[in-house]
Design a protein around this ligand. Structure first.
Ligand SMILES: C[S@@+](CC[C@H](N)C(=O)[O-])C[C@H]1O[C@@H](n2cnc3c(N)ncnc32)[C@H](O)[C@@H]1O
Length: 351
């Protein structure tokens, strides 16, 4: 088991190296590292969970229930306006000792698994590319949409959002969610319409039910305190998903595939999308995933859209089955803050 010293070291390291976009977490992580009760509590977290992210999300979650706590004034995602200052440590120590039991309950049970709405702005490029390919094959630009690793299903509602890429805008300007992304292309975004969704379905080994207030609050508490735009997009997209009634089935990707796709009404292709999910798979799982999609393509064309982490920018790839030919469509910020489109040329690699 990980020692307390190792956990404290990971908290300090998070503050020094990882919390680059959160001045508040840069300060809170080393404060927590110096509090043995908090470090001891992290020894009980679920296996594989990063200690700083779990603890800081648990703190933010408990602060949601404590509007009077001075510490809350530092959390912009909770309406706070204070920058970290000399009184932060006092506010921190006035808060956590009375919350130890509640924090422990969260730390023991919760996972760090976010659902990033703005990734939809990156995925949309692939959905336009799918529509183009369908039209080229003289098919209607309509397909089923299945997300593997869908979490709460926020990305499945992408066609209910509006988008802004620099000066170019798409979607209903009155949509409750507008996702704004920096466009790093030399030419404006392709104005071609994306494909139309027939059936939509999420699959996740541990789905998040937005109708469960605790589960929804935990997902929001994972958003770092300075990321106010992400929190607002999360709130608005969550409301859209609840209204839409998106289904996220509890299943492992490799149990669901390929047979799960057969249950979709016939005659239409399926777009199988995954974002920041397959990079958690072992090599053997990735091969099995690829093979399962190849098998599913015996009954319908499959368009696989992958947005997965890579050094220098996540890769947006489109793979068509049968055949398994992949095109790199874009590079992007992991949270969708920018997107750099690449030539939509066929087949940069073949699987
Ligand atoms: C980092 S989250 C990304 C969620 C969402 N795709 C997004 O980009 O916002 C990864 C999700 O994949 C799910 N996941 C991981 N392994 C899986 C598997 N083998 N089968 C199905 N879901 C899986 C996790 O439970 C988690 O909800």
């Amino acid at each position: 088991m990980e020692t307390s010293e190792r956990i404290a070291q990971r908290l300090r390291q998070f503050g020094e190296l990882e919390a680059t976009t959160s001045p508040l977490y840069r300060r809170l992580a080393p404060l927590a590292a110096a509090r043995p009760e908090l470090v001891a509590l992290l020894r009980e977290r679920r296996s594989g969970q990063p200690p700083a992210n779990v603890l800081l999300a648990a703190l933010q979650r408990r602060l949601m229930a404590r509007p009077e706590a001075p510490l809350r004034g530092y959390f912009a995602t909770l309406g706070g306006t204070r920058a970290p200052d000399d009184e932060l440590a006092t506010a921190f120590d006035a808060f956590w000792p009375g919350e130890l039991d509640a924090l422990a309950g969260l730390v023991r049970t919760r996972r760090v698994a976010t659902n990033e709405v703005r990734r939809a702005a990156v995925l949309r490029l692939a959905y336009v590319a799918v529509a183009r390919r369908l039209v080229e094959r003289e098919r209607p630009p309509t397909a089923h949409l299945v997300e593997i690793g869908a979490s709460a299903g926020l990305l499945l509602a992408w066609d209910r959002f509006a988008y802004r890429y620099g000066s170019a805008g798409f979607g209903d300007p009155d949509a409750p969610v507008t996702l704004t992304t920096t466009w790093r292309g030399t030419v404006p975004p392709d104005p071609h319409a994306p494909f139309t969704v027939a059936e939509r379905l999420g699959v996740d080994v541990e789905p998040v039910d937005l109708d469960d207030p605790e589960a929804a609050a935990w997902l929001r508490a994972l958003i770092w305190p300075e990321h106010v735009e992400r929190a607002a997009a999360f709130d608005a997209a969550g409301a859209v998903v609840r209204r839409l009634g998106v289904t996220v089935r509890a299943a492992d990707a490799l149990t669901f595939l390929p047979g799960g796709l057969d249950a979709l009404p016939g005659g239409l292709p399926a777009v199988v999308v995954h974002a920041f999910t397959v990079n958690q798979f072992s090599d053997a799982m990735r091969r099995a995933f690829d093979q399962a999609l190849g098998e599913a393509a015996r009954t319908r064309p499959i368009y696989r859209v992958g947005l997965e982490w890579a050094p220098g920018g996540a890769r947006l790839e489109l793979t068509t089955y049968p055949g398994g030919r992949t095109t790199l469509l874009a590079r992007a910020d992991p949270h969708g803050a920018w997107v750099e489109p690449l030539e939509d040329e066929p087949a940069t690699t073949s699987r």
